[in-house]
Design a protein around this ligand. Structure first.
Ligand code: BES
Ligand code: MN
Ligand code: ZN
Length: 490
């Protein structure tokens, strides 16, 4: 997708379709009033007849029959003016992009009222809302989304460089699209070895030092918990490490860890059949971490960032790990397996322990970890658990700024009771109560006193219905949040 910045008068800008944001219950702002006048009152008629009300995300497309330079107008509702935020601009732009795709319109312009927050939000909304994954559709008439987008901004209203802002938004959204593409890939394609190849390609493209360990390497390094999860599958596990140094050698790195279960059937503790196909997205954390590296490297952010990605497939099989097994994890802590479907925390615990060897400033893991998180927060927030208030606060702020909201849950000691084992140091599941918290409590045991935060994206990684800038399918949620957090460190 190409972005352009333009200061022309929207009435004189010729393009196949011009997108205009409109408030609810409001005499229109000056540009819209001028359009209304030139188009013989069509906009006021639409409002009067309630064919278009300005409700958030609702759109109305119509032809201008040559009365203005744009061939068509696409009105998109911004909701009530008093409730307007950059996130709403992002949402409205996303809705507009989905409408443009549905109409098969590929060149468009977007009027952006004022302010840089809005230009960035508009660009993100368009880029993210226009996404669709059609690699496996053979229909030759498939509709494509907008290819070139001009943003019409009034002259001299911005303090920072609009071009640069658009460039950055484009790069971040390209990374989100990359992440969504990976998550959308079916399990028969996106295997551990496939993702490891993708990581090496990415690393080569952006010149990021990257290493992939195969099974023998994992055995040599003692990543027993990861190996145990992988044993039920013919697909061999992998472990990816990225090591991006944008801030010199002296600064301690932030380490990101992404859960990479390329398919989660539950193992011997097999999942029910209905909906199991969704479990191809159990590597969304891994894909987010890969996308963050794409974004950070293309933005050339001056941070030191390590990325660790344990990859395995969780299947039942003759050699699979079993309930009752006891594992000695990389950290030395022993784990009693009571449920092979609680596999995410196992692959993560080895990765988290390994993360400590980088002497990190902070460790953040991202994982589709618990069904309980879907129950607690649904699709509208990711779970946040942390042993450090300042880190949690920074992530919450980044969540508000990006619209990728997080909600913190407590990690009180009492919850640890549920994870005690009779035979080992820990068991891998405490059952249904407080499932998101006990999972995080398990992880916390492997980070020592290092500042750490855990993002549970089980409810947010996949959008079931499709809304505004999140078309149905993989969302890439977590990526913009983490990039925003990392920007805050620069
Ligand atoms: N990948 C799942 C979590 C999940 C469930 C993500 C639904 C998205 C939607 C995870 O590996 C899992 O199976 N967790 C179990 C843990 C339980 C056995 C303690 C769960 O949530 O049921
Ligand atoms: Mn599972
Ligand atoms: Zn899982």
């Amino acid at each position: 997708m190409k972005f352009q910045l333009n200061h022309e008068d929207p009435l004189r800008y010729s393009c196949p379709v011009l997108v205009i944001g409109c408030f609810e219950e409001k005499a229109y702002e000056p540009t819209l009033a001028r359009f209304d006048q030139t188009l013989d009152g069509v906009v006021s008629a639409l409002y009067r007849d309630k064919e278009f009300t300005g409700a958030l995300g609702k759109t109305k497309l119509f032809n201008t029959f040559g009365k203005v330079a744009a061939e068509r107008l696409l009105l998109v509702g911004l909701g009530k003016e008093q409730e307007f935020t950059p996130e709403r601009m992002r949402q409205a732009s996303g809705a507009a992009a989905q409408a443009l795709r549905a109409a098969g319109l590929s060149g468009c312009a977007v009027c952006v009222p004022e302010g840089n927050g809005l230009l960035r939000a508009a660009a993100e909304g368009i880029a993210l809302g226009a996404y669709s994954f059609d690699q496996y559709k053979t229909d030759p008439d498939l509709k494509t989304g907008p290819a070139t987008v001009a943003f019409l901004v009034p002259e001299g209203c911005s303090a920072v460089d609009g071009e640069q802002l658009l460039d950055e938004a484009r790069l971040v959204c390209e990374a989100v699209r990359y992440t969504r593409d990976l998550v959308s890939q079916p399990g028969n394609v996106a295997t551990p070895s496939f993702l490891a190849e993708k990581a090496l390609e990415l690393a080569a493209l952006f010149d990021i030092p990257c290493q992939v360990w195969d099974r023998e390497d994992l055995e040599r390094h003692g990543m027993t918990a990861l190996l145990a999860v992988a044993r039920g599958s013919r697909q061999q596990p992998r472990f990816i490490s990225f090591d991006y140094r944008g801030a010199g050698d002296r600064k301690k790195p932030v380490v990101l860890v992404g859960k990479g279960i390329t398919f989660d059937a539950g193992g011997i503790s097999l999942k029910p059949r209905d909906g199991m196909e969704r479990m191809k997205d159990d590597m969304a954390g891994a894909a987010v971490v890969m996308g963050v590296f794409m974004a950070v490297a293309s933005l050339k952010l001056p941070v030191n960032l390590v990325g660790l990605i344990p990859l395995a497939e969780n299947l039942p099989g003759g050699n699979a790990y079993k309930p009752g097994d006891v594992l000695r994890s990389l950290s030395g802590k022993t784990i009693e397996i009571v449920n092979t479907d609680a596999e995410g925390r196992l692959v993560l615990c080895d990765a988290l322990h390994h993360a400590l060897s980088y002497r990190p400033a902070a460790v953040i893991d991202v994982a589709t970890l618990t069904g309980a998180c879907v129950v607690a927060l649904g699709r509208f927030a990711s779970g946040l658990l942390s042993n450090d208030d300042a880190l949690a606060r920074a992530l919450k702020r980044a969540g508000e700024e990006t619209g990728e909201r997080v909600w913190q849950l407590p990690l009180w000691e009492e919850y640890g009771e549920l994870m005690k084992s009779d035979i080992a140091d820990l068991k891998n599941s405490g059952g249904p109560p407080a499932g998101t918290i006990t999972a995080a409590w398990f992880l916390k045991n492997f980070v020592g006193t290092t500042r750490w935060a855990h993002l549970d994206i089980a409810g947010t990684a996949w959008e079931e219905k499709g809304r505004h800038y999140l078309p149905k399918g993989a969302t890439g949620i977590g990526l913009r949040l983490l990039v925003q957090y990392l920007r805050g460190l620069c």
